[in-house]
Design a protein around this ligand. Structure first.
Ligand SMILES: Nc1ncnc2c1ncn2[C@@H]1O[C@H](COP(=O)(O)OP(=O)(O)OP(=O)(O)O)[C@@H](O)[C@H]1O
Length: 357
């Protein structure tokens, strides 16, 4: 289990406010007949607020389709938001007409899930790692560039002579090390890591996660980490945000979330991993299928699967409220004390992530 989050300094490196991404899609023929209209909307991200203090890791977790990768793509400027804002080091990067400015792009990099698909198979490793250095004009000469590539290869646990090889000559874990060397080549401050180890064998996963934690300590990196694997998230995170159908249902310090989960959906997720040594608590089995993001249930999106749902939950959407211990939860049952082990509402309106900085 992680220790309590280390306090950062100054303003959060990343702030996301009211972020939305709605996809318009053509309705299937049968829906057009039954409901009328040509279009339907997928609310992939539907009003998301989060902050990541410098030098810390916030992980997003949730079932497939809850919007985690869409958040990553929006933050990286790979997709335009339908609403809301993204502030990086205080600058709004969500409205840049021609994409994010080069300096911001250099400071934010991404590590993808699949180290097979994310490396160009026709390029030598040295060129793959050197490409961002060339893009941002970071080396004075080819000799400088090669020295830097060699240093990066050794930094991530590979050999300088590996630069002359092609990606197919490496294992999955080694390829992810190459992706990491490429991502840190521009000396970024912020890395978005979208399921960086889920394509790897478990033994290799641990090596890559350890490398990422060492890098964070040595380089002062801030991470947005995306995973559906709670054991991985438990190892990596200072903060955890739990997403359900495009919304955050709980954002808490990692240790607090595992020891004392508040939202019934967080409890459901944790009940799928009984071997993490967390405190025993009464279980609230949640029935039902994950609802469709095209037509989410009214009120709390989770209410059809929630044993604690009442009339208010079926009609009124809850908002994220602050509680003791830096916990934020979006749940009427928690607010009303109907949840098991209710937590105390915080008197102050200080944002929990701010409170930690
Ligand atoms: N380009 C798109 N057009 C239409 N719908 C999309 C598009 N991209 C994502 N979606 C939908 O948005 C929702 C969120 O998708 P997203 O990939 O962000 O979820 P996720 O939590 O990352 O899932 P996974 O863990 O499976 O990657 C899904 O319902 C998905 O089908």
């Amino acid at each position: 289990m992680n220790a309590a989050p280390i306090a950062g300094t100054g303003q959060p490196l990343l702030q996301v406010k009211g972020l939305k991404k709605h996809f318009a899609m053509a309705k299937p023929f049968l829906n057009r007949l039954l409901e009328g209209g040509e279009q339907q909307t997928v609310k992939a991200v539907d009003g998301l607020d989060l902050e990541i203090p410098r030098g810390q890791t916030l992980s997003l977790v949730g079932e497939s389709g809850c919007g985690k990768s869409t958040v990553a793509r929006l933050i990286m400027g790979l997709s335009n938001p339908s609403g809301g804002s993204i502030l990086f080091d205080g600058a709004d990067i969500s409205r840049a007409p021609a994409g994010q400015p080069a300096d911001i792009r250099r400071r934010m990099q991404m590590i993808f899930q699949d180290p097979y698909a994310s490396l160009n198979p026709r390029w030598r490793v040295a060129d793959i790692i050197a490409e961002p250095l060339r893009t941002y004009g970071m080396c004075a000469s080819r000799q400088d560039e090669r020295r830097e590539v060699d240093r990066l290869l050794e930094f991530v646990g590979l050999n300088a002579r590996d630069g002359d090889k092609f990606p197919h000559e490496f294992s999955g874990g080694q390829r992810q090390r190459i992706s990491i060397a490429r991502a840190i080549s521009t000396k970024p401050e912020f890395l978005v890591c979208d399921e960086p180890t889920s394509a790897l064998d478990v033994s290799v996963q641990a090596q890559i996660l350890n490398l990422m934690r060492e890098m964070q300590r040595e380089l002062g990196l801030t991470y947005l980490f995306i995973s559906h694997d709670l054991a991985v998230v438990n190892f990596m995170s200072d903060w955890i945000g739990v997403m359900y159908l495009g919304r955050l249902v709980e954002v808490s310090p990692a240790a607090e979330l595992f020891a004392n989960p508040q939202h019934p959906y967080t409890r459901l997720l944790l009940d799928t991993i009984p071997d993490l040594g967390m405190s025993k608590r009464d279980r609230q089995p949640a029935a039902g299928e994950v609802p469709n993001p095209i037509n989410p249930p009214p009120g709390c999106h989770f209410h059809p699967r929630c044993a604690l749902a009442n009339e208010r939950c079926r009609s009124e959407a809850p908002v994220l409220r602050m509680y003791d211990g830096g916990v934020r939860a979006s749940c009427h049952a928690v607010e009303e004390g109907r949840a098991i082990e209710p937590i105390v509402a915080q008197a102050s309106a200080v944002h929990p992530l701010r409170a930690a900085v």
